[in-house]
Every structure is written in C-alpha cells, then in structure tokens.
Write a protein that binds this ligand. Structure first.
Ligand code: NDP
Ligand code: GDR
Length: 373
C-alpha cells in the first residue's frame, strides 16, 4: 500500500520541496491550497498531475487553516499516514501588522489539525509534523541554541508558533500521538518568498546588476542568522516521522553569518565588491570594484544598498545559532549545502530572471520587478 501524506502549505517553499521528495519516495501526496484571486501554485506547477489521469499521486484540496470543518473533512477523506503542518503566515515582520490573523493560522490552525485527527479517531495511526522555528528562541538565553534552550519569543509570529509547539507536545503526551516538532533554523532557496531577506538580496542585486532597479533598501544588516538550504531541511522533516519514538529536533548548520555578510557574498557572485560606509540608518554599500563585465549596468561608486528604517522590526531577533547535535546523532543529519553554494544557486536563478526582464525591457516591454514590497 502506498503511504499517504497530507501537506498544509504545499504551495510554499518547503511544501514544494517536500512534495517533490515524497513523490519520489512513492507516496500519494495530498496538499491543501488556499483559494486566491490569482494562481498561487507556481512552486508546484512542475509536479502537477492532471486529476483526470488514472493513478495521479499529487492531489490538491482547497482549504484553510482557519477553517476546522474543512480540515476535518479533508483528513476524513484522505486518511493520511503522515500530516506535515507547514502552512503558516510565516513572515515575522508581517505578524506585527496582522497579529490576530497570525495567531489564528499559526497557533489555532495547528490545534485545529491535531483536534481533527483526534476527533476522527486517527490519533494512533496518523503521524504529525509541526513546523516549529528558531524564532522561538528570540531573545536568546543560551548560545548555541539546542532543544533544551528556554524560549523567549519576540514577535506575534513567534508567540503563535510557541503555542503550536506546546500543543504538539501536549497531544503527544495526552493522547499518545506520534507528533514531532522540527525546530528549524532559517532555510532558503531560489523558491524562498521574495520578501524574506536572502531572496530580497539575491533578487534585488540581480535586478540592480541588470539596470532594472536603482538600489536595495534594507533593515537591520547586523542581524545574525544560521542559514541552510530548504532542500536539505525537508528531508529531516520526513525522517522525524520515520523513527520508533516521536521527538523534537533542532535542525541547523551550526554556522552563523550577518545579513551584511550575505549581501557581500551575493554581490561577489555578481562580480561586485562592495564597500559599506556610514553607520545605522546612514549606512550604504557602494560598488568598490567590478569583475569583468558581469554587471554591465553598474559603475564603481554606485550606491547599491541603503538602510530604510521601515524594515526595522518593533522587536528584533538579533542573533540565532543552532546546535544540531541531537539530529546528527539520532537522525544522521549532515547539511549537504554550504551557504556559499546556496548563495551561488540563488543568485544564478535570480540573475536568469533579471536577464529575461532586461531583454523584455530592451524590446519595449516594461515588467515591474521592484524588490521593495
Ligand atoms: P512559506 O511562506 O513559503 O509558505 C507558507 C505556506 O503556508 C504557503 O503554502 C501558504 O499558502 C500557506 N498558508 C498561509 N496561510 C495559510 C492559511 N491560512 N491556511 C492554509 N495555508 C496557509 O513558508 P516556508 O515554506 O518557508 O515555511 C514552511 C513552514 O515552516 C512555515 O510554517 C514556517 O513558519 C516554518 N518555518 C520556516 C522556516 C524557514 O526558514 N523557511 C524556518 C522555521 C520554520 P500561499 O502560497 O497561498 O500563500
Ligand atoms: P526571519 O527571516 O525573520 O528570521 O524569519 P527574514 O529573512 O525575514 O529576516 C532575517 C533577518 O534579516 C533582517 N533584515 C530583513 N528582513 C527582511 N525580511 N527584509 C529586509 O529588508 C531586512 N533587512 C534586514 C531581519 O530584521 C531579520 O533579523 C524566517 C521566516 O522564514 C520564519 O517563518 C522562520 O520561522 C524563521 O525564518 C526561522
């Protein structure tokens, strides 16, 4: 019998990689997608299977984490062996703008799913993965952060995810469910949403290099993060559900860089050396050297990055660094992609897109490409 997995958030970065991975493993994959006024399935269009074709193994259901009746119906219909709860309002800065909605989706949505599984009497057969986060550590109490480090959330997003973390533990302890938290540190890819910092940088600098945008406006460039590749991290999500006993795991690389470091690395991929001048909101990055003809639209002295306080957060998470020892020992976790390799992949992808837009522009077609969203 084919195993069945249900993924909330299948249209997102992680959901798309996980769906690919599970299809390769022979699973029947069900995904919940939200109704939107325009298409929101770009990340999974390449694995889409026509539902009219016999034995299609990817099936999409309309649904929303704010709607328990629909979650219960989908779980009843699908009878999944594994549920991966990746759906979320996942943007930390946006959670300050929409705190109640974020709590509804990220905290209550998790409860709704767990309760649907229990209500349908499937708590002993359905394994549950919760997308927990390093944001739980917020104002860090210990470095590096491990499974036992106390939480100190710093945003409505992190507070909502803290509820989701504990309700997952609670359903494991109270009802004997196989339920796990993956405490994942930041992970990125060419499929990362355009408003998260890494993608904003690779896309913005690629656009600037092609003359499509003048300058990239950034928030706190001193923030330190432990960045890995999403493709590596989703394998661990699956592996957590294949153990004898359910448990919670930190997944991280154990290496930390600043946002400024990331900008430097992405610029270097585009053949640019940047000089950071000024402090705080006055800080700017100026092109100090250009290698070959990689960035034809730029000249030495151009300002390509400037600080805009609009991107500062009401409460910031300044530093995150994970200790993945437990996952190494029990799951055999080894990050396969270095940050340098990931930056290269992301820049190559965004440069390709930027070149296409630049070509269209030279033929009189204006394509809106701004990274300022
Ligand atoms: P994305 O933002 O790329 O994807 C989020 C997914 O959730 C999208 O499919 C989105 O749908 C869906 N979604 C949003 N709101 C709802 C809703 N109300 N009901 C149902 N689905 C909804 O996130 P990632 O793939 O990067 O992250 C996956 C999960 O892991 C998230 O829960 C995130 O909080 C968590 N996480 C992510 C980390 C990271 O570094 N990427 C690190 C740690 C945890 P749509 O496409 O329609 O917007
Ligand atoms: P984060 O990711 O908040 O860690 O949450 P993000 O990439 O948004 O920010 C990382 C750091 O960069 C700083 N920063 C900026 N961030 C954005 N988005 N835009 C900017 O212009 C900018 N300038 C500086 C931020 O202040 C922050 O310190 C991500 C999400 O995927 C969560 O869902 C997930 O739980 C955590 O990672 C782990």
């Amino acid at each position: 019998m084919k195993k069945k997995a249900l993924i909330t958030g299948i249209t997102g970065q992680d959901g798309s990689y996980l769906a690919e991975f599970l299809l390769e493993k022979g699973y029947e994959v069900h995904g919940i997608k939200r109704r939107a006024s325009s298409f929101n399935t770009q990340r999974i269009d390449h694995i889409f299977q026509d539902p009219h074709v016999e034995n299609a193994r990817l099936k999409l259901h309309y649904g929303d984490l704010t709607d328990s009746s629909n979650l219960t119906r989908i779980i009843q219909e699908v009878q999944p062996d594994e549920v991966y709860n990746l759906g979320a309002q996942s943007h930390v800065a946006v959670s300050f703008e929409s705190p109640e909605y974020t709590a509804d989706v990220d905290a209550m949505g998790t409860l709704r799913l767990l309760e649907a599984i229990r209500f349908l009497g499937q708590e002993k057969r359905t394994r549950f993965y919760q997308a927990s986060t390093s944001e739980l550590y917020g104002l860090v109490q210990e470095t590096p952060q491990r499974e036992t480090t106390p939480f100190y959330p710093r945003s409505p997003y992190a507070v909502a995810k803290m509820y989701a973390y504990w309700i997952t533990v609670n359903y494991r302890e109270a009802y004997g469910m196989y339920a796990c938290n993956g405490i994942l540190f930041n992970h990125e890819s060419p499929r990362r949403g355009e408003t998260f910092v890494t993608r904003k940088i690779t896309r913005g600098l690629a656009n600037i290099a092609q003359g499509l945008e003048p300058c990239l406006h950034m928030g706190n460039m001193d923030a330190l993060r432990d960045w890995g590749h999403a493709r590596d991290y989703i394998k661990m999500q699956w592996l957590m559900l294949q153990q004898d006993q359910p448990d919670d795991f930190v997944i991280a690389t154990g290496v930390q860089y600043s946002v400024r470091d990331f900008i430097r690395m992405a610029a270097a991929e585009l053949g640019l050396t940047l000089n950071f001048v000024g402090h705080g909101v006055e800080e700017k990055a100026v092109v100090a050297a250009i290698e070959g003809d990689k960035s034809p639209a730029l000249k030495i002295g151009d300002i390509v990055v400037a600080v805009d306080p609009r991107y500062f957060r009401p409460a910031e998470v300044e530093t995150l660094l994970g200790d993945p020892s437990k996952a190494k020992e029990k799951l055999g976790w080894v990050p396969e992609t270095t940050l340098a390799e990931m930056v290269k992949e992301m820049v190559a992808y965004d440069l390709e897109q930027a070149k296409r837009h630049a070509l269209l522009k030279t033929h009189g077609f204006e394509v809106p490409v701004s990274s300022e969203r």
